[in-house]
Design a protein around this ligand. Structure first.
Ligand SMILES: Nc1ncnc2c1ncn2[C@@H]1O[C@H](COP(=O)(O)OP(=O)(O)O)[C@@H](O)[C@H]1O
Ligand SMILES: [Mg+2]
Length: 308
């Protein structure tokens, strides 16, 4: 595979210091192995263990850091300064995507449907929040991923514990209207939507939580997703607009739900989604013929356009 020589020396950025470090180590290792199998001169680089200034020794970077520090524009900014092409979304889109409230504000301003929400602070009148959003709600840290620190709240008296749990992870916490219905995720490759996947957590969990995501193997992944062809297209077009509105680029994923009336609601954008071989983007890409290795090379190829 001499063709892989065009990439030069590639740093696979993995690990980092966020709450999703363990997930990133798994994703990063899978990407590293895929690139090595494809003949790419790739090396693991954990910015938690080495100074980012050492990145000058590389020709390009494949970012597989999830969460704060790696998915929020910080490492993207370092790479811009060092003039090293990198995969995926740039500084601004990454910073917006990591912030669930800023993302929603942009979607609202673009007339894109996103589940109603309120920011919760010490001074928030919870009765007013319940009057606005109804019950149940889901309490989320604004800058986390992997369902870390989230809880479903069905009764007023459960708010305090849910807010405390979210506050342990983030200074900014939100309540979002609970959407009863079906959950979908829409992956992107080369800036275009892939087939939609339906996620169906087992009946005994309230939502697609950390455990369901990483520690259980009884989540069902529907691909095809069960929507009619026309509805799937509608959701893809909606998500493409949502992806572009926040400035996401290249590859990524949007999580969305469909309520019982059939309306779609955008939840969030992931600019560096999971990349283990059983993650969602690889499943969607596989449906259009990409092996995991081919997907990793295709994502890396996006950095060539940025090279001089
Ligand atoms: N408004 C909502 N109504 C119902 N379930 C939700 C809602 N928001 C999130 N969830 C559930 O919580 C999971 C995680 O929420 P999400 O916003 O995607 O954050 P994360 O960044 O942690 O993936 C979703 O995959 C979904 O199962
Ligand atoms: Mg999500």
């Amino acid at each position: 595979m001499s063709n892989a020589a065009k990439f030069g020396k590639v740093a696979v950025l993995l690990g980092g210091k966020s709450a999703e470090r363990a997930v990133s180590l798994d994703s990063g290792q899978a990407v590293l192995e895929a690139l090595l199998r494809s003949g790419v001169q790739a090396e693991a680089f954990d910015p938690q263990e080495r100074s980012v200034t050492e990145l000058v020794a590389y020709d390009r970077a494949f970012i597989v850091l999830h969460g704060r520090g790696g998915e929020d524009g910080q490492i993207q900014g370092v790479l811009e300064w060092l003039n090293i092409p990198y995969t995926g979304t740039g500084v601004q889109g990454s910073a917006i995507g990591m912030d669930k409230v800023k993302t929603k504000q942009i979607w609202q301003g673009s007339d894109l449907p996103t589940a109603p929400y309120r920011i919760i602070t010490k001074d928030t009148d919870l009765d007013a929040v319940i009057a606005d959003l109804g019950l149940p709600v889901i309490i989320k840290p604004v800058h986390e991923g992997s369902s870390v620190g989230m809880s479903k709240v069905e009764k007023t008296e459960d708010f305090a514990a849910a807010i405390a749990k979210a506050t342990a992870h983030d200074a900014v916490v939100m309540a979002e209207k609970w959407i009863t219905g079906r959950e979908f995720t829409i992956s992107f490759l080369n800036g275009q939507p892939l087939p939609v996947i339906r996620l169906q957590p087992p009946a005994d969990v309230a939502f697609y939580d950390y455990e369901a995501k990483y520690q259980r193997n009884d989540v069902e992944y529907g691909i095809p997703c069960g929507l009619s062809e026309a509805e799937e297209k509608t959701l893809q077009v909606l998500c493409l607009r949502a992806f572009q509105a926040v400035g996401a680029e290249g590859w990524g994923r949007i999580d969305a739900m469909q309520d019982e009336q059939g309306n779609f609601w955008l939840l969030e954008v992931n600019t560096v989604p999971g990349m283990t071989s059983h993650s969602l983007v690889p499943k969607a890409a596989q449906a259009v013929g990409y092996s995991f290795d081919a997907l990793c090379v295709a994502i890396l190829e996006q950095t060539l356009a940025a090279s001089v």
